[in-house]
Design a protein around this ligand. Structure first.
Ligand code: NAD
Ligand code: ZN
Length: 368
């Protein structure tokens, strides 16, 4: 059935988000409709409003949500009304070569589901009846959303939905970059550049995985204080230090792992330069498509360094989302502390402004 929903929409790059009344169609084959409980505001949503991430507007934002299933389409197995679900902005078909080899974030069919559902159509229409694209095949910054089950992970019902929501992006991306992409060894030395919702989770991923030293780098002192609470052993304030890489090498002798959680070639260079011999730099931030980075080629072979990327923390969502929630339940991951502010959907513009000014660890829009 069709449902009316308030949604946060990007109409035009460079303009503030709008709150619109939209129609969300019920599920077709293989899809479910969710009543969204909470949706985190990620820098990637902001990047979609500036054109840094080039999903065509009009676009319903949101890809970090949890909610309750209210309608199940034909042919859906494993989801029932009342189930708790976390959205996944990677669509995982489960059948292609990448899915079968255990890399669903590289699913060969996922490229079809960037700003529409995997079949290339959408279930969202504006008040004029015109179709609205959906961020990451999700578009979950809305009271209701219809998703393909390949973008949904069923989770246990004992975790508050606003906490579970964060596992859909910030936590999975940050912690997963450490656990999955880097495979950080206990006793390692690490640096994290950019302490937003994602970087803060890279910090706590390093702490949980048993890193010896964790150096947090940001230009916002408030973020560095948060990093300490999440396990950073050292901090570098870019207002006080010109060359962060040099400072990190002096402090640590060169780190084994550096995580770039900003999305800028210049910061990737810093992350790479902060490495010791045999070190790995992991690029998590999403840069402008034209952005470039440069490294000294010889250091790749001579120091056996690695430069690699990480998409949604190299997640296997069906395995990793419940795994991260299990660590939260066991007191080994902080989720409550990540949510420094909740907003009603009417306050969405404020939520985006607060991200720009760096006020929050994570701001979360909570629906009635
Ligand atoms: P955020 O806005 O919450 O945090 C960004 C942080 O970087 C802020 O604390 C800011 O002060 C800091 N910063 C800015 N410039 C800096 C610099 N030059 N050096 C060091 N720190 C700097 O953003 P977020 O939601 O944490 O997202 C971070 C990045 O990760 C974005 O590019 C986002 O698009 C990307 N992202 C990637 C994935 C993925 O799958 N790879 C998933 C989600 C988000
Ligand atoms: Zn995100």
């Amino acid at each position: 059935m069709d449902r009316q929903a308030k949604a946060v929409v990007c109409r035009e790059w460079g303009k503030p988000v709008q709150i619109e009344q939209i129609t969300v169609e019920g599920p077709r084959r293989g899809e479910i409709t969710i009543k969204v409980a909470a949706c985190g505001v990620c820098h990637s949503d902001l990047s979609a409003t500036t054109g840094k991430i080039q999903y065509p507007p009009p676009l319903v934002l949101g890809h970090e949500a949890a909610g309750v299933v209210v309608e199940v389409g034909e042919g859906v197995e494993g989801f029932s009304e009342g189930d708790h679900v976390v959205s996944s902005f990677i669509s995982m078909c489960g059948k292609c070569r990448q899915c079968v080899r255990g890399h669903p974030v590289l699913c060969e069919n996922a490229r079809k589901a960037m700003f529409t559902l995997p079949d290339g159509t959408v279930r969202t229409r504006d008040s004029q009846g015109e179709p609205l694209n959906v961020f990451g095949a999700c578009g979950v910054m809305a009271e209701y959303a219809t998703l393909h089950v390949d973008n949904c992970v069923k989770v246990a019902e004992d975790v508050p939905l606003q906490n579970a929501a964060l596992v859909g992006c910030a936590v999975m991306t940050g912690v997963g970059a450490v656990f999955n992409t880097a495979g950080l060894e206990p006793g390692s030395r690490a640096a994290v550049f950019g302490i937003g919702g994602v970087g803060l989770n890279a910090v706590q991923g390093c702490a949980t995985a048993g890193a010896e030293m964790i150096v947090a780098v940001d230009n916002n002192p408030k973020k560095l204080a948060m990093a300490r609470e999440f396990g950073a052993t050292h901090t570098i304030d870019l207002n006080e230090v010109d060359d962060a890489a040099k400072a990190i090498r002096k402090l640590t002798g060169g780190v084994d792992y550096a995580f770039e959680c900003v999305g800028a070639g210049a910061v990737v260079e810093q992350a790479y330069k902060s490495l010791g011999r045999g070190g790995t730099a992991v690029v998590v931030g999403v840069a402008d498509p034209k952005d470039k980075t440069s490294i000294t080629t010889l250091t790749l072979p001579a120091d056996e360094r690695t430069l690699k990327g990480s998409w949604l923390g190299s997640a296997r969502p069906q395995h990793d989302f419940p795994r991260l929630l299990g660590l939260y339940r066991a007191g080994k991951l902080k989720l409550d502390e990540l949510i420094t502010q909740t907003y009603s959907i009417g306050e969405a513009v404020q939520a985006f402004d607060d991200m720009i000014s760096g006020k929050n660890a994570r701001g979360v829009i909570v629906f009635d």
